[in-house]
Design a protein around this ligand. Sequence first.
Ligand SMILES: [Mn+2]
Length: 323
Amino acid sequence: MKTTDVFNGDADGICALHQLRLARPQPEARLITGVKRDIALLQQIEEERGGQITVLDISLGKNRASLLKLLENGCTVLYIDHHYAGEVPVSERLTVHIDPEPLLCTSLIVNWLLEDRHALWAVAGAFGDNLDESALQLARRLGLSQDDAERLREIGILLNYNGYGAALDDLYFHPAELYRLVRPYENPLAFHAESPALRTLREGYQNDMDKALSFKPLYEDEAGRVFRLPAEPWARRVSGVCANAFANQRPAQAHALLTDNSDGSLLVSVRSPLSDRNGADILCRQFPTGGGRAAAAGINALPAAQLDDFLQAFSRQFGRQAV
Ligand SMILES: [Mn+2]
């Protein structure tokens, strides 16, 4: 039967798929993925008939219509995710493991299903989704040294970094290509020591971050900080991980990172305070093209004319939480 693996092009998506395929190999599977924000991935295969489809780390809510079509066409679907799902369709051909609990990610859910078989990759995936607490908890349970945990953290950050960007041209590696480069490594620590791809990402990340961290906030109050970066590939690549870095600098505050899109609209990444991982999705869903999770959400194209509205909504949302 034709097999298709559909996965988010970020660290969590790649680490979730890698764990699953180490345990249940499908070397011939077709790979469907894209930049991190490209989550309407099931659309690309909705004409598929009778195949076996695995979906990882993309919101069921945003893919429901395509999913229903696939089920109707006789496809068998395994769906594992931690984003907002809404109502989950009931079908004997659909198996679902979805848990939007804020301290979980798809790699951790896969790890739970696989009973720790490739748990080191789950640690890397959790770090990639900026769930340091959950990643370290698993690392401790596995008896990892601090140095090794730090290596897995770097893998998570760098794979995640690669997934950002408005278009595939902004990225160092197409996420499917990056997954293929990860695939030979059963142990992420070997990947860390040997992979030339990781070295490429490390250099790119360092350069991009140095530029980003030199910017001053556009807006700041006790609730948090908002930064704006220019319409350049480096800024689009680094926006998500940079938002995580700002969040880690000030865990009690919320953060938003605005990047100018080429059409004049703004790409927005929002991080709820690490000390209260709520509100980012509520804020972003108030604007067209907004979505995400309670802890981390975004708006793909905020009209520039709504920038002031956004700043007010940001201040309102997180000011209320800060009280
Ligand atoms: Mn994820």
